[in-house]
Write a protein that binds this ligand. Structure first.
Ligand SMILES: *Cc1c(COP(=O)(O)O)cnc(C)c1O
Length: 243
């Protein structure tokens, strides 16, 4: 294997380690199914994204429409699925539909309606996940657990969207064991909704777990983990807004 020469961590080596850790977590949980690795590429340059693609990554996530719009022309990657994993403003729904293959962060009927309208008569449905807000910290993003089922029912009515499951970003903790109850809660919520048998809805995807806690998330049933730092190393800190 080539060693990185520019001081950057090797994407190939990191991916290899991550796949080992994913497989070990699946084994611990006695799971026979697979986990989709969604490599989150915000702030990452196109050449390093292409490198991850050469290493076999087929699912990528970005959290901002504008950033991805600028990056996308630099990327000609075959058979790759782009997930929008960050908050989406309703006025960017149309652009999001043009740029992304899936939206993992739907958290309101209004947004779902805008997306459905933007998909229009394209023929294929847009796969979406419902983003759930767990924990006590106030947050503008994600629907409260008590409102998820009602939202799923409303989104299920929209013919051009396909609800495939739930997504969450739990409150951050250095200790993944503190995050475990949130992962458990998301899974229980998905199971509860599955039992309601809403026509056209499946709860097969649970997008949960990031660099700090993906192994615990897999033990609790994650089918998709979203990793950035674990693959590319630390991102530059977001710039402070000007005073
Ligand atoms: C940035 C981001 C991630 C990846 O976070 P890491 O801790 O770097 O793995 C996952 N999900 C979302 C929604 C993100 O914005």
């Amino acid at each position: 294997m080539r060693r990185p020469t520019n001081g950057m961590v090797s994407v190939a080596q990191n991916l290899e380690r991550i796949h080992e850790r994913i497989n070990a977590a699946l084994k611990r949980a006695d799971r026979r199914d697979a986990v989709t690795l969604v490599v989150v590429t915000k702030t990452i340059a196109a050449d390093r994204i292409a490198e991850a693609c050469r290493c076999g990554v087929r699912h990528f996530g970005e959290n901002r429409v504008q950033e991805f719009k600028e990056k996308r022309p630099l990327l000609a990657l075959p058979s790759v699925h782009w997930h929008l994993v960050g908050h989406l403003q309703t006025n960017k729904a149309r652009q999001a539909v043009e740029l992304f293959d899936r939206v993992d962060s739907v958290d309101s009927v209004r947004l779902a309606e805008k997306l459905a309208h933007a998909v229009g008569g394209q023929g294929s449905k847009l796969p979406v996940l419902i983003q759930v807000h767990l924990g006590e910290e106030p947050s503008k993003h994600g629907v409260a657990p008590g409102e998820v089922e009602a939202l799923v029912k409303q989104v299920a009515e929209l013919e051009t969207l396909q609800v495939e499951g739930l997504m969450t970003i739990p409150p951050f903790s250095d200790d993944p064991e503190e995050t475990r109850p949130y992962f458990r809660q998301l899974r229980a919520l998905a199971e509860q909704i599955e039992r309601s048998r809403i026509p056209g809805v499946s709860m097969r995807e649970l997008s949960m777990g990031m660099t700090n806690d993906f192994e615990v998330a897999i033990e609790e049933g994650a089918t998709q983990v979203r990793l950035g730092t674990a693959i590319f190393g630390p991102r530059p800190a977001p710039r402070e807004p000007k005073p």
